[in-house]
Design a protein around this ligand. Structure first.
Ligand code: GLU
Length: 483
């Protein structure tokens, strides 16, 4: 058994990093950090057909932007590299040689057509589709002749017959499978590149990985991997297969239809990394208390494999919103301004940064995400539209609203616009003098200035919008309410 805790994630650069991958990453990170061990990021790029250019850089950036780091990997190096599988082909060659010599692996020259044909027959006969071992007993000479003649081949694993493979999964308990139910898995493909099953075992062993924490979808691959450890006579790491996320309706796995699923998309929406991490901490693990708010440091301290969930957790986006609102409200004015600025710059043609600095604290306590803050605050910077249907649900009496707006215009014209307390005073006096209901009064003003019924404190926004624009907007709404 390896005594030093060494964990890893092994992303394949086949597309965007999923939010579920990020949870796996977080738990591996926490286990290593808690035990003073090492956390490794290894790139599993053996499936060249599914390789997406830019995916490696994307995945590494995602992990970093979530606030996690690693001790060994393609960019930071380490004593067990290279950390990208296509740069390790010589290593796999050596180890496949060992299996061939020991008789645990064999060459297979069967064509795809032949394999398809036997699969079809097996399916018809309701048998489990498996390789029929046509090439198992080729002689050394036959193999050499075929290779010399340039015939393409793969190298397969020779499954033992009728043997029980057993392993203990820390989440699922004991898992047993009969080798008769397993196929003679391809270990080296015809292009000389190993398959996942082979490379993962060689690498986890050579990199001295002590614990393999990965998604549940890999559990059926584990018995084949355990056998490979046995063939080599290597110690098996601790296995721990993490649950999948469910959709809130409880009807299956979290799906794209209900919203974004890539780790990056949540950052793009304006969820903060600390909120995302806190949310993920509790999606598969529980602290055994009611405590919900965890910094990364606290989580590392408290994380334990014994408290991993056995039941798949529900990916409750409302809970994520709750964490995000919580962490957003902890930001100082300056911190929030720095966070929200790039979102405004991305969404709006032009942003007056000085005004945004004043506006940002008003948005902070009213928004769930940074992107939503832009929606709440954009009326301060750009031309607005009135959605009359939506307005009519908020303004019941159009005549009254027009009256209110005209009265406001009159006092705004007469008064200085520098201080928001002054505007506030003038407006309150007006509402009282005319006996307007305050709700109706401020709703008409709010909609007139922003087009919306929900805004940051509207009077505080008025000096930012400017006197002329305020008056123009109110005039425009009066006109639109007539039609
Ligand atoms: N390359 C696999 C993946 O994309 C890694 C599976 C494992 O952790 O063993 O998730």
């Amino acid at each position: 058994m390896n005594t030093r805790v060494r964990t890893r994630i092994a992303p394949s650069p086949t597309g965007a990093y999923h939010i579920g991958h990020m949870r796996t990453c977080l738990y591996n990170y926490a286990l290593a950090r808690k035990n003073g061990g090492d956390f490794i990021v290894r790139i599993e790029d053996t499936d060249q057909k599914r390789y997406v250019s830019g995916a490696i850089e994307g995945i590494l950036a995602d992990i970093r932007d979530y606030g996690l780091d690693w001790d060994e990997g393609i960019d930071v190096g380490g004593d067990f590299g290279p950390y990208k599988q296509t740069e390790r082909l010589e290593i796999y060659k050596k180890y496949i040689g060992e299996l061939l010599d020991k008789g645990y692996a064999y060459y297979c020259f069967c064509s795809q057509e032949r394999l398809d044909k036997i699969r079809e027959i097996q399916k018809k006969n309701k048998q489990i589709p498996k390789y029929d071992r046509h090439c198992l007993n080729l002689t050394k000479e036959e193999i050499e002749t075929k290779i010399k003649a340039g015939q393409p081949y793969v190298i397969r694993m020779k499954m033992p017959e009728n043997e029980i493979v057993e392993f203990n999964d820390l989440v699922r308990g004991t898992i047993k499978i009969n080798t008769n139910d397993l196929d003679d898995q391809v270990l080296i493909k015809s292009d000389g590149i190993p398959t996942y099953h082979f490379a993962v075992v060689v690498d986890d062993h050579l990199m001295k990985i002590s614990h393999v924490l990965r998604g549940e979808e890999w559990i059926s691959s584990t018995p084949k991997q355990i056998l490979l450890y046995k063939f080599f006579g290597w110690n098996v790491p601790v296995f721990c297969h993490l649950t999948v996320f469910l959709d809130p309706d409880g009807r299956g796995k979290m799906s794209k239809r209900k919203g974004s699923v890539s780790a990056r998309s949540f950052l793009d929406e304006g969820y903060l990394s600390e909120a995302l991490l806190n949310f993920l901490m509790l999606l598969g693990w529980n602290p055994g208390t009611d405590k919900e708010i965890f910094s990364l440091e606290e989580f590392v301290k408290e994380f334990s494999l014994e408290r991993l969930h056995k039941k798949s957790p529900i990916f409750d986006r409302k809970k994520l919103d709750y964490f995000n609102s919580y962490y957003i409200r902890l930001k100082t004015d300056n911190q929030f301004f720095d966070l929200v600025k790039p979102f405004f710059k991305k969404e709006l043609a032009e942003v007056d940064v000085k005004k945004l600095k004043v506006l940002a604290p008003l948005l902070r306590d009213r928004t769930v995400t940074l992107k939503q803050a832009v929606e709440l605050g954009r009326f301060v910077f750009e031309e607005i539209e009135y959605d009359l249907d939506a307005i009519e649900t908020k303004i019941k009496d159009k005549n009254l609203a027009r009256q209110i707006l005209s009265d406001i215009i009159v006092v705004l014209k007469k008064n200085d616009f520098e201080s928001q307390t002054m505007i506030q005073d003038v407006l309150i006096k007006l509402a009282e003098a005319k006996n307007y209901n305050k709700g109706d009064f401020f709703m008409a003003l709010r909609i007139g200035l922003s087009g919306n019924s929900v805004t940051p404190p509207i009077v505080e926004c008025m000096p930012l919008i400017g006197k002329e624009t305020c008056i123009d907007r109110l005039k425009r709404l009066i006109k639109e309410l007539k039609e």
